[in-house]
Design a binder for this molecule. Structure first.
Ligand code: G3P
Ligand code: CA
Length: 388
C-alpha cells in the first residue's frame, strides 16, 4: 500500500454512516465535465441512478486476484466480468519492444533468476530493459512473490499458486489485438487503461517509453479523445511532455490520468538543474494546483486512502476529504487504486464497505480493483437498490 496523502490539505465533511442514501451524497457532488463515455455524478436527483450507473470498474492488471497479473488469461477473465477498462502497465525491452508488466523488473513475477543468473544489476534486480523480447518470452511468468531468506514467498497466499501452469509475458501490441479481437467477437467496446511505467527511468536509459506507447496506440487506431483509451502515468513532468510535445507531434489527442502516490514510494524522479531528484507528489494533492493540473489531466488516480481523513476514519465513520470534490470542480474525474478483498484497510470490514466508501461516500467516478467481479457486483446491487 502506498502512503496516505497529506490529508490536512483538504477541508472535510463527515459521512456519518457508510450506508446512507445516495440523495444525501449528491448535493455534495458537482456537475463535472465528462470523459466521452464516463460521467461524473451530477447534482440533479433524477440523475442519481444514472450517475451510479456510469461509475466504472477498472480491472487492475486484469482479474489479478484470480490469475497471475497482466497475463492474457487474466485479461480474458476480467473482460468477461463486465469491466469498462482493462489496465496495461508497460515497460520497454532492450530491443525497444513494449511489454505488459507492472514492474520494470522481471524478478518478482518470473523465473529470470533461474534462467539468467548472471544478468542482475548491482542492486540484485533483473531489469526488463536489459533483456531482448525473445529472452523475456522464454521466461515463465507466475503469481508475484517476495524473496524471504532466499525463499520465494507468495505475496497474496490465497491467490493462484506460484509457477503453476504456464504463463508468458506478451507485448502491448499483442494485448491490444487480444482486446480488439474480443471486442469483435463479444460485441463490446472495452477500453484500454494504459500506464507507462517509470518514464523517467526509461529516459535515463535513453528510451522514450511514452513516444513508443503513443505510436503503438496510433497504429491501432487510438488517436482522439473519443478513442476508448485512458493514458495514465505517475510521472507528471512526463505527462506535460506528452501533452505539450508528443501528442501534437504525433497528431493524437488522448484522454489522460495523473496517478498520485506518497513521496516515500520514490515512484518518480525529475530532472532539476541537470540532476535527477525525487518528484514531490504534494504538488498533485494541493487544490491550488488543480487548475494547472487539469490542463494536462482529464482525471486523477490517487491511492484510495487519499480520499479520506485517516486520522478520523474508523469502521462505520468514514471521513471524506475534499480531493474528489476539488477534482470535479476542475472537470477531472477520479479513479483511485487499488481495492483488494484480501488486503483491506482497517476501516473496512469487507470489500463492499470499501467500494461503498470510495465510490459512494467519497463519490469517486471509478476504481481499480484486483477483484473486478466484486466491483461490478457492488455497483449493480447498489444501482438496483437505489433505482426504486
Ligand atoms: O495505475 C493505477 C494503479 O495500477 C497504480 O498502481 O502500482 O499497481 O500501477 P500500480
Ligand atoms: Ca498501473
Amino acid at each position: 500500500m502506498r502512503a496516505a496523502a497529506a490529508s490536512y490539505l483538504f477541508a472535510e465533511f463527515v459521512v456519518a454512516s457508510s450506508l446512507r442514501p445516495l440523495s444525501m451524497i449528491l448535493p455534495l457532488a458537482v456537475a463535472g465535465s465528462l470523459f466521452a463515455g464516463i460521467a461524473v455524478a451530477s447534482v440533479a436527483s433524477a440523475a442519481e441512478t444514472m450517475a451510479v450507473n456510469e461509475k466504472i470498474i477498472v480491472a487492475h492488471r486484469g482479474a489479478s486476484a484470480y490469475l497471475p497479473e497482466h497475463t492474457l488469461e487474466s485479461k480474458a477473465l476480467a473482460y468477461n466480468m463486465g469491466v469498462a477498462y482493462l489496465e496495461q502497465d508497460l515497460a520497454m525491452t532492450r530491443d525497444n519492444k513494449l511489454v505488459v508488466i507492472h514492474d520494470h523488473y522481471l524478478d518478482r513475477v518470473t523465473d529470470v533468476a533461474d534462467k539468467f543468473p548472471d544478468r542482475a544489476r548491482a542492486d540484485g534486480r533483473y531489469y526488463v530493459i536489459d533483456f531482448d523480447l525473445d529472452e523475456i518470452k522464454s521466461l515463465n511468468f507466475t503469481e508475484g512473490f517476495n524473496l524471504v531468506e532466499g525463499k520465494r514467498v507468495q505475496v497474496y497466499p490465497k491467490r493462484f499458486p506460484m509457477f503453476a501452469s504456464t504463463f508468458k509475458i506478451h507485448t502491448f501490441e499483442e494485448e491490444i489485438e487480444f482486446i480488439q479481437g474480443l471486442n469483435k467477437t463479444m460485441g463490446k467496446d472495452i477500453g484500454l487503461y494504459v500506464e507507462t511505467k517509470a518514464p523517467w527511468f526509461h529516459k535515463q536509459e535513453g528510451k522514450d517509453i511514452s513516444r513508443a506507447t503513443l505510436e503503438v496506440l496510433k497504429k491501432y487506431g487510438y488517436t482522439s479523445r473519443e478513442s476508448n483509451v485512458l493514458f495514465q502515468t505517475f510521472d507528471y513532468p512526463d505527462l506535460k511532455y506528452v501533452k505539450d510535445t508528443l501528442m501534437p507531434e504525433l497528431g493524437v489527442d488522448l484522454k489522460t490520468v495523473i496517478l498520485i502516490t506518497g513521496n516515500d514510494s520514490h515512484e518518480t524522479y525529475e530532472l532539476k538543474d541537470g540532476k535527477w531528484e525525487p518528484y514531490d507528489f504534494n504538488y498533485l494533492l494541493n487544490p491550488d494546483n488543480f487548475a494547472e493540473i487539469s490542463k494536462y489531466a482529464d482525471g486523477m488516480g490517487p491511492a484510495y486512502n487519499m480520499l479520506f481523513d485517516l486520522e478520523k476514519t474508523t469502521k462505520d465513520h468514514i471521513v471524506v476529504n475534499d480531493l474528489v470534490k476539488n477534482a470535479h470542480a476542475h472537470g477531472m474525474v477520479v479513479h483511485p487504486y487499488t481495492v483488494r478483498a484480501d488486503a483491506l484497510p482497517e476501516y473496512a470490514t469487507d470489500v463492499n464497505e470499501l467500494y461503498q466508501a470510495i465510490l459512494i461516500d467519497a463519490d469517486a467516478d471509478g476504481v481499480f480493483t484486483d477483484f473486478p467481479d466484486l466491483g461490478v457486483a457492488f455497483l449493480q446491487k447498489y444501482q438496483a437498490e437505489h433505482s426504486k
